[in-house]
Design a protein around this ligand. Structure first.
Ligand code: DX5
Ligand code: ZN
Length: 233
């Protein structure tokens, strides 16, 4: 199958969900040379059955690093927390289309000066995202059901990734297409060839003995997969 190439830069975003929370600053330092963004997973125990971190942790990390904070809000009431996350140092926030009020949330994120992301669970169709493609900076296609790190990549999401990229290209949109869940050196190939350009990886980075080398290998595999395709076509 032909690749759906993207003019957007390829980016690796390690997810701190799989890092040592007792030693977060050191974990971030370790992967910084191989990271474009830092992915911050926020869970509220309602939208997903897990609890993670809030603005105070983002604020502490902000004092420590200049990395772009890609803040993934797996929460049912993002309107209440967007400003605290912006104030804590989040650069971009991504809300889930499943929580509703999407138009108002996009407007709120813009007003706050945040980079705007919209996420969809694996079983949420392309059509739920389509009305918002020209209003956001990033579409996140979840490649696992959100809530936990270390799950297996759901390849059935790739046709949706492809449709998002093709729609963005057709409309000349500079849209980042991000994938999150089960991304490693192998699965990233499928995601990159489908048109994704931002790759979140948690356990395949922080769960490995050499996180920086693993991060670099994942991004290299993504770039190699698409350039090899493009050279042949
Ligand atoms: C899942 C989170 C992901 C998770 C990815 O709910 O949104 O960002 O940390 O972890 P891995 O890479 O282990 O699937
Ligand atoms: Zn995430």
């Amino acid at each position: 199958m032909e690749p759906t190439s993207s003019a957007q830069p390829m980016r690796l975003a390690p997810s701190i969900l799989s890092a040592d929370f007792g030693n977060l600053a050191a974990a971030v330092d370790l992967v910084t040379p191989g990271s474009d963004w830092l992915h911050v997973d926020v869970m509220d125990g309602h939208f997903v059955p897990n609890l993670t971190i809030g603005p105070p942790v983002v604020s502490s990390l902000r004092d420590h690093t200049d990395l772009f904070f890609d803040t993934h809000l797996m929460i049912t009431d993002p309107a209440r927390y967007l400003e605290p996350f912006r104030d804590a140092g989040s650069n971009g926030c991504t809300v889930h289309v499943e929580v509703g009020q999407t138009g108002a949330l996009i407007a709120q994120m813009r007003d706050l000066g945040l980079r705007v992301g919209l996420a969809a669970n694996p079983d949420t169709p392309f059509e739920a995202l389509e009305p918002y493609l020209d209003q956001v900076d990033l579409i996140l296609c979840m490649t696992v059901f959100p809530g936990f790190g270390g799950q297996s990549f759901i390849a059935e999401v790739m046709p949706k990734v492809r449709r998002v990229r093709e729609a963005a290209l057709a409309a000349s949109l500079s849209l980042d297409v991000e994938v999150d869940g089960g991304i490693d050196e192998t699965t990233v190939v499928d995601a990159a060839r489908s048109g994704a350009n931002v790759f979140v990886a948690g356990s395949a980075v922080f769960g490995r003995p050499h996180p920086l080398e693993s991060a670099t290998a994942i991004l290299r595999a993504a770039i190699g997969a698409t350039s090899a395709y493009e050279e042949r076509s």
